[in-house]
Design a protein around this ligand. Sequence first.
Ligand SMILES: *Cc1c(COP(=O)(O)O)cnc(C)c1O
Length: 383
Amino acid sequence: MSWQQRLRQALEQRRAADGWRQRRVIEQQSTRTLRSGGRDYLHFSSNDYLGLTRHPAVIAAWQQGAALAGAGAGASGHVTGYHRQHADLEAELAAWLGYDRALLFISGFAANQAVIHLLAEKDDRILADRLSHASLLDAASHSPAQLRRFTHNAPESLAARLAAPCAGETLVVTEGIFSMDGDSAPLAALAQQTRQAEGWLLVDDAHGIGVVGEQGRGSCWQQGVKPALLVVTFGKAFGVSGAALLCDADTADYFLQFSRHLIYSTAMPAAQAVALQAALREIQQGDALRQQLQQNIAHFRRGAASLPWQLMPSASAIQPLQVGENRAALALSRRLAEAGCWVSAIRPPTVPPGTARLRITLTAAHRPDDIDRLLEALHDAAG
Ligand SMILES: *Cc1c(COP(=O)(O)O)cnc(C)c1O
């Protein structure tokens, strides 16, 4: 088979399975609306849970940061790309979340890959929640360590895996709030079992940070758990992009010495670090935004309870409606679009086969009327 044949075959299979993924050009967007193809929609597919992508203080901070420190960092952090602004942000994050140190990465994907790539060695094992993000599972399956998945949010399933003998170290991996289901991990139980096995727990809190816990400190803080490794990302509630690993001093030093993702990659722009500091301040003072978001979630769930599709048991901003087959999920997404509501259909392999869903996300910026319009469109589509 030639390269061309191989690619063409894969594309044909994807098309035949109603799995074709298409990027749509977004001509304009706010947190609650977007324009595409010249048409305006209410926007229910954003991870900008608090509306910070548009916050004047965050935008101004980025502009001022760029005027001061330039558009880019100019080098890896190990050369000359680690600036005052990065150091300040790392110190603020570490103090805020109660860790010795924070290390910045250019994305959550990169941070997860870096952590697993660096730590997992031969004879080690990685025990990951079955629904963990692709960046975690991919890195784990490519690592020399053994990867075992445990049943989603099931500490007893983790316990059974931990009972098996292992010659090396154990890394337990989960998300705080799951990106495609919206439910929360039972972090206290997972942490306790990990501790008993003398392993380390890695929590990816991409969807919890900023949104839950006192001052928005995330799922771990909310559940009174301090994992050895905490990854927080800045592309969701922070409204910017990037990520940080929170850890103790030895672990941070180990990463600085040996993590190829840090050593051989240009640091995030210092201006971005300034924008992130501004976003952090908004998050710390964001109780009113978090309250508004909670009200919007409750409003949606009340109205969606009687829909014929399975409203998944989620208390978070991620409110998936499980539809089942790809074709049905796409059709529902199109129906909603015709009614002026933008909701993405999520299909395998992002979610397990037969569980295609509409991933509805709510934000603090949505107004009660917006949610009513979405509910009306859903009830109309249900017939
Ligand atoms: C979005 C996401 C990531 C990736 O983060 P980026 O900063 O977008 O690369 C990692 N983990 C989870 C759970 C996510 O939802």
